[in-house]
Design a protein around this ligand. Structure first.
Ligand code: IPE
Ligand code: IPE
Ligand code: MG
Length: 256
């Protein structure tokens, strides 16, 4: 499917976000509206994953992170959790060639030990097979939550202190960031959440400190390249001040 040429043309290629993160929400409501099972909504959602991944690669955005399954999602009915895990296994198998052909590196964050063995093995194999690809790093957040990540970060720092590798005095923002699961991926510039929910749902809490937030009512299975371009265009209208005043930012822009 090709996007709307006009929208794509409105994008300033010199002001792209370096990293886009997405909370892919609304598969269940999309399915309900169509009179289909929630599972078919998730299946349809994988097409939107393809559109957005392709759009990033084509525009030249080097990092894309997708919230695919949260720690809290384990509390869904067992048949839905099982179906999501099977979908994960099948999609990863089907997409390996596409990832290689498009020079896309697969990555994952989250408590992967909680995934069923086959899902984890497929995932790790594909991550390994694509590790030298350079065009786009596609990170899947699976069994991920920020509260889990922050607990793991503290445990990892504590271990280093205990072994003598690290002095407690040395602990600063940099050490914290280096022990997050997302390291060394830069923080997101733009977060997109679909389906009209205005919340973060335990996603990248530390990393989103200065991220621009974009919310749309579009349900994830309906999200396509044009929807993605709209989010980028909206992002490009924002002035990112990082605590400074507008004049300082404009001066810096005019020096470019
Ligand atoms: C997002 O869609 C996919 C996952 C969380 C796995 P939902 O399944 O949350 O869809 P809604 O929110 O019920 O519509
Ligand atoms: C957030 O969606 C998690 C993912 C998109 C994987 P949810 O549908 O689980 O979010 P809440 O629970 O409604 O906030
Ligand atoms: Mg939801």
């Amino acid at each position: 499917m090709h996007g709307n040429i006009e929208l794509k043309k409105m994008i300033d290629l010199n002001n792209l976000p370096n990293h886009v993160a997405v909370i892919m929400d609304g598969n269940g409501r999309w399915a309900k509206k169509q009179g289909l099972s929630r599972i078919l909504g998730h299946k349809k959602g994988t097409e939107a994953v393809r559109h957005v991944t392709e759009a990033c690669a084509e525009l030249g955005i080097p990092y894309l992170t997708l919230y695919a399954f949260s720690t809290e999602n384990w509390n869904r009915p067992k048949d839905e959790v099982d179906a999501l895990m099977n979908l994960l296994i099948n999609t990863i198998n089907d997409e390996l060639n596409t990832l290689q052909q498009n020079n896309i590196k697969l990555n994952a964050i989250g408590n992967l030990l909680q995934l069923p063995e086959q899902a984890r093995n497929n995932l790790l194999q594909t991550i390994h097979a694509t590790k030298n690809n350079t065009r786009l790093t596609l990170t899947l957040a699976l069994s991920y939550s920020s509260h889990w990540e922050i607990a793991a970060m503290v445990a990892s720092i504590a271990k280093k202190v205990k072994s003598g590798e690290l002095d407690p005095e040395q602990i600063d923002q940099k050490i914290i960031e280096q022990n997050l699961n997302t390291y060394p991926i830069p923080f997101p510039d733009l977060l997109i959440r679909t389906s009209g929910e205005y919340r973060i749902s335990n996603f990248l809490l530390y990393q989103l400190a200065y991220t621009e937030l974009y919310f749309t009512n579009t349900l994830w299975p309906d999200f396509n390249k044009d929807e993605f371009y709209k989010a980028i265009i909206d992002y490009q209208k924002r002035e990112r001040r990082f605590g400074k005043i507008s004049e300082q930012i404009q001066q810096k822009n005019s020096e470019k």
